[in-house]
Design a protein around this ligand. Structure first.
Ligand code: ZN
Length: 292
């Protein structure tokens, strides 16, 4: 297992972590400057943040600083109530693949979607099996374009508490079943993003990480599970402040040969998004060394 205690060369910052500073939305350009200044070698930006600053601007800035992209957030949301909705999702996902290529990302992260309408407050139906079928079909369809573009797709299983509104793939096992279906040769074109927040509780976690192997472990996301958690989405903890044994999980991932970045991804309305950006980034650096 790599020694993280001496430096932060394997640290990546998911830019949602500092998308707000003192409660105010921050432009991605400023976030990138701050990461470069603190010698953070990698980021994983969100599409809306990139769009707000302009993709050519961000591409140039990333290049100027020699930053790596541990991933691009995000594609997915494959489910819909009709054919027009499905094809709109497909078109948008193709664009996400193209953007990820332009930015030189290591992978496009997929949050696959769930019951259509649920995220907006009213699910159009209760048929989660139908949603899973649409996700299955959507990944299969997108993979052709992603393969042709050389952009790996990383399915991110989300904690089951998001099964209704964000992702109906909730275990690493399910995500890997999809990988087996569409990429049985394990070419690296389709894999998984292991986010400790979503999978730490899973009794099959170690076995499924071993099943994934190096070819399919495309991204590793860290934060912590707080007790109590006060918000289902935006109360993620800083590494070391919660109950996840992060070094143990990182050990399992690295046992398979994973040598990528450890990406800090924290959504925290009441705590970290209320603090100064540099304080958050410096805490990420410190905890990367001591708690990851
Ligand atoms: Zn994640």
């Amino acid at each position: 297992m790599r020694d993280f205690s001496q430096d932060h060369r394997w640290l990546s910052i998911n830019t949602a972590t500092v998308r707000k500073s003192l409660g105010q939305e921050q432009p991605l350009t400023g976030i990138i400057e701050a990461c470069a200044r603190l010698q953070i070698p990698a980021i994983s930006p969100w599409r809306d943040q990139v769009a707000a600053s302009g993709l050519p601007t961000i591409r140039q800035q990333v290049k100027t600083h020699g930053l790596k992209l541990s991933g691009y957030c995000r594609g997915g949301m494959f489910t819909a109530t009709d054919g027009a909705g499905l094809s709109a999702a497909h078109d948008d996902n193709r664009r996400a693949v193209d953007e990820a290529c332009e930015l030189g990302a290591a992978c496009l992260v997929l949050v696959v979607g769930a019951l259509p309408g649920a995220l907006a407050g009213k699910a159009a139906h209760k048929d989660i099996a139908l949603s899973r079928q649409q996700v299955h079909d959507g990944i299969g369809e997108l993979l052709g374009h992603a393969r042709a573009s050389g952009m790996p797709l990383a399915i991110e299983p989300l904690h089951p508490m998001y099964a209704a509104d964000r992702a109906c793939v909730n275990t690493l096992e399910h995500a890997l079943d999809l990988c087996d279906t569409f990429d049985p040769e394990q070419t690296g074109a389709l894999g998984v993003a292991v986010d400790v927040y979503h999978v730490w509780w899973d009794p099959k976690l170690q076995a499924q990480i071993a099943r994934a192997g190096a070819k399919r472990l495309l991204a590793f996301h860290v934060c912590d599970w707080l007790t109590p958690t006060t918000d289902l989405l935006n109360d993620r903890g800083m590494m070391g402040d919660g109950v996840i044994d992060i070094p143990r999980i990182r050990g399992w991932v690295e046992d398979q040969g994973f040598t990528g970045f450890s990406e800090v991804e924290i959504f925290s309305t009441a705590n970290w998004w209320q603090r100064e950006r540099d304080e958050v980034l410096n805490t990420c650096i410190e905890r990367h060394r001591s708690a990851v």
